[in-house]
Every structure is written in C-alpha cells, then in structure tokens.
Design a protein around this ligand. Structure first.
Ligand SMILES: [Zn+2]
Ligand SMILES: [Zn+2]
Length: 212
C-alpha cells in the first residue's frame, strides 16, 4: 500500500504530494514550499513519519510547482526529474516571480533526469506510469498508479475544471484531447490528485466537468 499525503504551499496553494511506501521510502512531487516555515513544515512531515525521500519528481515546471526544488534537492540530496518539454521553464522562475512582485534569489537547479511518456517507475511494490499530457504546459505529465488507483495530475485536470492554456507552450485543444485519451480512459474510481484544490475521481469528472 502506498500513502498519498497533500501539503498545500505558497501563495498559489499549490499541492505538494508525498507518496510513501510501507518501508518508509517516499517520493516528493512538486515541492512548492517557498517560505522557511513551509520548508521546515515539509521536513517535519518527513522526519515525524520517519520517511526516506528517494526521488524528487515534478509534474511540470511552472514556478508554483518548483519553488521548493532547490531546498529539497539540497536538503535531501536528490536531483529533480521531469519531462524535457518543460525544462525551459526553470530559467524563467526568477523572472516570472519578479513579474508577480516576488524576489527569488535563484532558479531551481537543473534536472537530473527526464520523465518520458509511458515510462514506468517501480516504487514500494507498485508501478507508477508516466502519462505525458501537454496543453497546460508542453512537458506536463500525470503520474498514474494502476494498482493503487490514483493519479497525480499536476495542473492538467482539476475538480470540475482544467488547467489554464494561456501560458507559453499551452494549447487548449491539445489539453482536452490528452485528458480524454489518457485520463478519462482510466477506471472511474481512480482518485485524481490535482496541483491545486481538492482531489476528485475520473468518474466524477466524466459527469460534472463542463469541459467534456
Ligand atoms: Zn501549472
Ligand atoms: Zn500550479
């Protein structure tokens, strides 16, 4: 059994996820922790639960999802892994933050490796499948765990909504077709963990999401 824990951080209330296995190994996904208090909150969760972070993954590289990448990389000695299509965003973190009136000292560190469509990551006796779903961002991925019945989808799909498509590299039709073919085809009971807001299920979105 894997456990999925949600930690909302930063002014965008971005959901950082920690997937942990029974042996204490965990994967940190989209660390959005920005303030020192948020950074320490994440560390406290890891230590109080006696977890051992073994991977740092990003669903995509928009700034609200990478604020904590440098901290997590340095604190836990982990390099981030994400889809190559979003790599250009890393250099945009400081300038984008400045546009929002935020002063960041550094961009996140370079990626250590890449996530690719249909890649399978073995973790805690389960397999996590990488589903490349561009449209919100060119390198957006969902992380789907079939035997645990959940998907961590970043900003691709939200409860009764979808990700914005007006940022560089975004495309509405691409996003809709990717969601339809790769997410709505999953079992109805699949729990969907989004980059912001509450979780949902594939079945709920098929019925209640106005975009489909
Ligand atoms: Zn995003
Ligand atoms: Zn976001």
């Amino acid at each position: 059994m894997l456990k999925v824990h949600t930690l909302p951080y930063n002014p965008w209330q971005e959901n950082t996820y920690i997937i942990s296995a029974e042996n204490g190994d965990c994967i940190i996904i989209d660390p959005g922790c920005l303030s020192p208090e948020e950074q320490q909150h994440l560390v406290a969760y890891v230590s109080e639960n006696k977890l051992n972070p073994v991977k740092l993954l990003n669903t995509h590289l928009h700034l609200d999802h990478v604020f904590g990448n440098r901290f997590v990389s340095e604190h836990f000695k982990l390099g981030a892994i994400a889809h190559k299509g979003d790599e250009f965003w890393l250099e945009q973190t400081v300038p984008y933050a400045a546009q929002m009136g935020m002063q960041l000292e550094q961009n996140p560190p370079a990626l250590e490796g890449y996530l690719e469509d249909n890649q399978e990551i073995e973790f805690g006796g389960s397999v996590i499948q990488v589903l490349h779903i561009p449209g919100h961002s060119p390198g957006g991925v969902a992380l789907y765990c079939p035997n645990e019945g959940f998907a961590i989808v970043g900003d691709v799909l939200f409860r009764e909504s979808i990700g914005r498509t007006d940022l560089p590299g975004g495309d509405f039709d691409t996003l809709i077709s990717g969601i339809k073919t790769k997410l709505l085809s999953l079992p109805d009971e699949t729990v969907v963990y989004s980059g912001h807001g509450p979780s949902t299920t594939i079945g709920h979105e098929k019925v209640h999401n106005q975009f489909f």
